[in-house]
Design a binder for this molecule. Structure first.
Ligand code: SAM
Length: 417
């Protein structure tokens, strides 16, 4: 049972359970609350740049000579004879984030601001988006080159039809040790059960405030926080475990929500990760002074609920972890701005249109869809994936301070958070 948030906060904190009243539907945005509509085919023009489809711009590479920290290759993947590829900084490919759509029913100002992504925005036409069969075929190949963890994301993955079908296909791949999904939680009441039945093991839900007023403003479509809390409760009931909660903290917007969300998540037994507001994409108006640094997030919590640092549970863990001194749980911070973790980054990203990205902050990706649809064999596609990984030297966050601000960057919703 997920407890309701503390009563009496600004704007009131809705309960996550027992909601029976009619809740207004989100309206006014294409794709809101339902399957993605087919937009007209149009010359995407500057929108393509906003989405990151800048094919001619090379993926950002390290201007300095790459140091190798580990041997050139690791032992063969089970069932294959080829060694797993390592990138130029000695990092293996361990996680694959799969964006199943570039559409979202929210318009969070830090990700897909409504002013830029309005009614006329040309999202990808359906035929340009990988089918579930295509995604599953590529996922197989990624697993063969070392990937053990798959995360389905977007855009908002739950706006795509029949998502449990994809989960079923991915869950059946030998070698997948972890299969999860990141969602805004808006459709979980309906989908949590079918997703769990299809083989989803755990889930991450984004929740930026318990304060309904703040939450409605941040999601840009006036979506009530109560429905997301109800979605989280549905995920818990469906047996998805653990349920993790992500909260992006932006100064002047929701930093006062840090402590209430921390308290609520601790009481609910949910794993909470705060995320520093990042300079992904080029449309969210990112400014350093809007980043609430990890140190400040922790200080806000520590003042009320004393914390101590925990060691990483595995090499490359993204979140810094801290436990409540009274033993009542833990909290994490993904401090990609103030404490970059590029050296340990083992993540690849597959965009909805089938491009492979090797960094969240990349300007462009490598097209896998065209060869796939042109009849490339598994070996040919695998070779392409290996080649991209082997030349990878991305470490954007570490170089951020060194004048990277003006580089073109793909939007996060295009390649998945
Ligand atoms: N729609 C899904 C959701 O809301 O979780 C999945 C996609 S969303 C891009 C994935 C995650 O990225 C969310 O937790 C979101 O809060 C986070 N995110 C998006 N833009 C961000 C930014 N500029 N800085 C930090 N996190 C961001």
């Amino acid at each position: 049972m997920v407890p309701a948030g503390p009563a009496g906060g600004t704007g009131g904190v809705p309960s996550v359970s027992g909601r029976t009243g009619a809740v207004p539907e989100v309206t006014g945005l294409r794709g809101a609350g339902g399957p993605p509509a087919e937009p007209p085919v149009a010359d995407p023009g500057p929108q393509a740049a906003a989405r990151g489809r800048v094919y001619d711009v090379p993926t950002m590479t390290d201007p300095r000579p790459a140091e190798r920290t580990t041997p050139l290759a690791t032992p063969p993947a089970p069932g294959t004879s080829a060694p797993l590829p390592l990138d130029r900084l000695g990092r293996r490919m361990h996680d694959l984030r799969i964006s199943v759509t570039d559409r979202c029913n929210f318009r969070c100002s830090y990700c897909m601001p409504a002013e830029v992504f309005g009614r006329d925005y040309a999202f990808l036409p359906r035929r340009q988006i990988l089918t579930y069969e295509e995604i599953a075929r590529l996922a197989h190949l990624f697993v063969a080159v070392g990937v053990e963890k798959l995360r389905i994301t977007g855009g908002e993955p739950t706006v795509r039809h029949d998502l449990p079908d994809l989960v079923r296909m991915l869950a059946a791949i030998d070698g997948v040790r972890d299969l999860t999904l990141t969602t805004n939680g808006s459709a979980l009441r309906r989908l949590a059960g079918p997703l769990a039945d299809a083989g989803l093991r755990r889930i991450t839900v984004s929740l930026d405030s318990l304060d309904d007023e703040v939450f409605r403003r941040m999601n840009g479509v006036d979506f009530p926080v109560g429905r997301v809390l109800d979605g989280i409760a549905a995920a818990v009931q469906a047996g998805l475990a653990p349920v993790k909660v992500n909260m992006v903290v932006r100064r002047g917007v929701n930093e006062d929500s840090v402590l209430p969300v921390a308290r609520w998540a601790r009481d609910a037994g949910l794993i909470l990760r705060f995320i520093e507001f990042m300079d992904v994409g080029q449309t969210n108006g990112w400014r350093m002074d809007e980043v609430v640094p990890q140190a400040e997030i922790l200080a806000r919590i520590d003042a009320a609920m004393p914390l101590e640092a925990l060691p990483a549970t595995y090499a490359g863990e993204v979140a810094g972890r801290f436990r409540y001194r009274d033993g009542s749980g833990e909290v994490g911070v993904i401090a990609s701005v103030t404490q970059p973790f590029c050296r340990a980054c083992t993540r690849a990203r597959l965009s909805a249109e089938g491009e492979l990205y090797t960094c969240l902050f990349a300007a462009g990706g490598t097209d896998l869809k065209t060869p796939l649809r042109a009849g490339a064999t598994d070996d040919e596609l695998s070779e392409r994936i290996r080649a991209v990984w082997t030349i990878r030297a991305d470490r954007y966050s570490e170089l951020r301070a060194a004048g990277t601000a003006d580089r073109p960057r793909v939007e996060m919703f295009a390649i998945g958070g």
